[in-house]
Design a protein around this ligand. Structure first.
Ligand code: FAD
Length: 466
């Protein structure tokens, strides 16, 4: 039987990054993945393919709506070739997952394909083409998550679908009904909206992206409505019924009236649930909480002291970069180091266009905590860079402590916000004040000037270009 210092169950961004870091630290490492392809949700059916389709559909929309204004004439009709679009997405996925195979080999991590189940706290059975058993001094559970559902919805994977099927449709929906106005629903909704579908979003809460700052929700709502999304907040879905190629969704609005939505596809994007099926966690003495998450302490250690858990399968934001940070954290903890993660500084991003990105506290959180704060906000439309590319929507908002000027939260919506948020993370990591950012030179013309201007606005209302 092969013995390891560390075995990792699950090869998503949490698991494979943990494996690389364990190997870098000189530990004999194995990774176990039940699917034949490494990379988990993120690389196969999550972050990467969704961004590939967002990019392709963005190019199409630009060609149809904006090329003429830019002075680019295309003779003949511009058409979508969905088959090619999906094929390109798959080739991006294949290249990326192939990269993980390379990294495992480079770092001498042994890869086992099959379902990993605990026999006890130091032995794992792997059921693949053959059944194998390995011994591990330490194990990291990185088994991720799966789409969740409402109890009365039958996801048939043809017309009533999850994000996984939405990434490989063979036709453009005429009317896509999206249940859930969170990140995944809006990103995939926007893909098909750009390709020509009518898109209706049904959200239970009173606003889309309800966990983000309310100012961002409001602006995104406004922009998506301009893009002809039909957004129905405060609607409680009661039933989803399929009749042939038609899907009928019934929901109660705020007044308790029943509203009927008829479409040809319904994307159920109501969140994700931690995944531990087949893991046999009990055999190792690993306790799950009542939300199905693996329970961990501040060291991400489970109730079995040699077993750790990371990523979507534990508490916290379900984000690839959060899983990666935790992978490195646990590897270093096992190696005897004292790593640190500041969960307040894990940025959240929505890759719609305009993009939405945030780090730190929202205004709602600061109000609830009774923190005295000030706001500096700057609209993207006041930037020369925004006018040059016609990306006028959105703003940057900086929240800073009223007394000390320390930045407490940065919330932005606009072109390339996903990349721009990194500046805010760096600033907050080093506990910068709004004035610190306002005194740094930002290249002109760039979208990042909005960050400097918002910082100036927060520092005594000193924005220069408004
Ligand atoms: P996962 O990536 O879910 O990987 C877990 C792996 O474990 C899987 O491969 C699974 O097969 C394997 N496994 C499970 N049980 C066993 C077992 N018993 N034995 C062996 N193998 C097992 N996050 C972002 O940060 N940015 C984004 O842009 C983004 N976009 C997304 C878009 C979509 C459509 C979706 C669905 C998700 C998106 N996410 C995004 C979320 C991101 O994918 C997850 O947060 C991330 O994948 C979590 O990583 P993980 O390592 O915890 O688990």
């Amino acid at each position: 039987m092969n013995s390891y210092d560390v075995a990792i169950i699950g090869s998503g961004p949490g698991g494979y990054v943990a494996a690389i870091r364990c190997a870098q630290l000189g530990m004999k490492t194995a990774i176990i993945e039940k699917y034949p392809v490494l990379g988990g949700t993120c690389l196969n059916v999550g972050c990467i393919p969704s961004k590939a389709l967002l990019d392709s559909s963005h190019h199409y929309e630009d060609a149809v709506k904006h090329f003429e204004e830019h002075g680019i004439d295309i003779p003949g009709d511009i058409k979508v070739n969905l088959k090619q679009m999906i094929a390109r997405k798959q080739s991006v996925v294949d290249q990326t997952t192939g990269g993980i195979d390379f990294l495992m080999k480079k770092n001498k991590v042994d890869v086992y394909q099959g379902l990993g189940s605990f026999k006890d706290a130091t032995h794992i059975t792997i059921k693949g083409e053959e059944t194998t058993e390995i011994e591990a001094k330490n194990t990291i559970i990185a088994t991720g998550s799966k789409p969740s559902n409402l109890p009365f919805i039958n996801i048939d994977k043809e017309r009533v679908i999850t994000s996984t099927e939405a990434l490989k449709l063979t036709e453009i929906p005429k009317h896509l009904i999206v249940i859930g106005g969170g990140v995944i629903g809006l990103e995939l909704g926007q893909v098909y909206k750009r390709l020509g579908a009518e898109v209706s979003v049904i959200e239970y809460m009173d606003r889309i992206i309800p966990t983000m700052d309310a100012g961002l929700s409001k602006e995104l709502n406004k922009v998506l409505k301009k893009q002809k999304f039909k957004i129905n907040a405060s609607h409680k879905v009661k039933s989803v019924e399929r009749k042939g190629n038609e899907v009928i969704v019934k929901a109660d609005n705020k007044k308790g009236e029943e509203i009927e939505f008829k479409g040809d596809y319904c994307l159920v994007s109501v969140g994700r649930r931690p995944y531990t099926d087949g893991l046999n966690a009990e055999a190792a003495g690993v306790i799950l909480n009542n939300r199905g998450q693996v329970e961990v302490n501040d060291h991400l250690q489970t109730s079995a002291s040699n077993i750790y858990a990371i990523g979507d399968v534990i508490k916290g934001a379900m984000l690839a970069h959060k899983a990666e940070e935790e992978g490195v954290f646990v590897a270093e903890t096992i190696a005897g180091q004292k790593p640190h993660i500041d969960y307040n500084l894990i940025p959240g991003v929505v890759y719609t266009w305009p993009e939405v990105a945030a780090v730190g506290q929202t205004e709602e959180q600061l109000k609830e905590a009774g923190v005295d704060y000030k706001v500096g906000q700057f609209p993207m439309r006041a930037l020369g860079r925004s006018r040059a590319s016609m990306d006028l929507d959105g703003f940057v908002k900086i929240l800073a402590d009223k007394t000390t000027d320390e930045i407490l939260g940065v919330h932005m919506i606009g072109a390339r916000a996903a990349d721009m948020i990194a500046e805010a993370v760096v600033a907050m990591e080093y506990r910068a004040s709004a004035e610190d950012i306002s005194r740094m030179s930002h290249a002109h013309p760039t979208f990042t000037e909005a960050i400097k201007e918002a910082a100036l606005a927060a520092t005594g209302d000193r924005a220069l270009h408004i």
